[in-house]
Design a protein around this ligand. Structure first.
Ligand code: 1GP
Length: 250
């Protein structure tokens, strides 16, 4: 059963980052039942993941979100955060909300439109929000297509660093470099280094991180926070996740 603690998630993350690289386990509620989502989150916690991030993509049903949040909360005690796409599905069984702006989308709905639908609700509920400047890098895959992104080329380090610097100047708390869920490879170490060099806010990196080698490379290049999703959906996920965690935390 989840030992419930009122916690400031921004402070929790800052302290964790000060102590090393943070790992986030991403769960898409549309990919499995709430029961299974709870079990996956428990495994993530057992192998040392620092936080569970539930993503609300278009088409997510309110009921599914609620049941997934309840199931994860019942089984885990690490922070549980929700990243809503808008106001289509929102529930307040979370410790904080990621308030993300997809900076390189061509569609204003992904930059501020969806966010504005949820903003007043989040303010009135007085929940903690953490603002994130999200940057989609090649290949982007389905998520990149669905969000009509002007993808940053894998080797265009200057463009990635420029967007990241803009996020910082906008006052965002984090920059998130995303290669797209299930990407064949993670963001390159060279791009991570180039972005990190220009930033004084923490850097999150995700997409295509499957192995300890990937995780170590991303960490050594300068990622403060590493996000994995797909790895937990496949057979043998406990061991895979365990080796990713040891590459991040050793
Ligand atoms: C995290 O969206 C990604 O940033 C998830 O990517 O599924 O490839 O781990 P993977």
């Amino acid at each position: 059963m989840r030992g419930r603690m009122i916690m400031n998630i921004a402070r929790y993350l800052t302290e964790k980052i000060d102590g090393g690289t943070v790992h986030i386990t991403l769960i898409d509620p549309m990919k499995q039942s709430p029961e299974v989502a709870g079990r996956l989150a428990l495994t993530a916690q057992e192998v040392g993941s620092d936080l569970i991030l539930v993503v609300g993509l278009s088409g997510l049903a309110q009921r599914n979100l609620l049941d997934t949040a309840i199931s994860i909360r019942e089984k885990t005690s690490i922070p549980l955060v929700y990243s809503p796409a808008g106001a289509e599905a929102v529930c307040f069984s979370f410790d904080a909300f990621l308030f993300s702006c997809l900076l390189n989308s061509r569609n204003a709905g992904f930059i501020s439109g969806g966010q504005s639908q949820a903003a007043l609700l989040l303010k009135r509920m007085e929940v903690e929000t953490i603002s994130v400047g999200l940057l989609m890098v090649e290949p982007g895959l389905k998520t990149g297509e669905a969000s009509n992104v002007d993808l940053i080329a894998r080797d265009n380090h200057w463009q990635a660093a420029s967007y990241a610097a803009a996020a910082e100047l906008f006052g965002m708390h984090y920059v998130y470099l995303e290669a797209g869920p299930n990407s064949a490879q993670p963001i390159s170490a060279a791009m991570i280094r180039a972005v990190k060099k220009e930033l004084s806010i923490p850097l999150i990196v995700g997409g295509g991180i499957r192995t300890a080698v990937d995780a170590r490379r991303v960490r050594q290049a300068g990622a403060d926070v590493v996000v994995t999703g797909t790895v937990i959906e496949n057979a043998g996920y406990r061991e895979r996740l365990r080796s990713i965690l040891s590459a991040l935390k050793d």
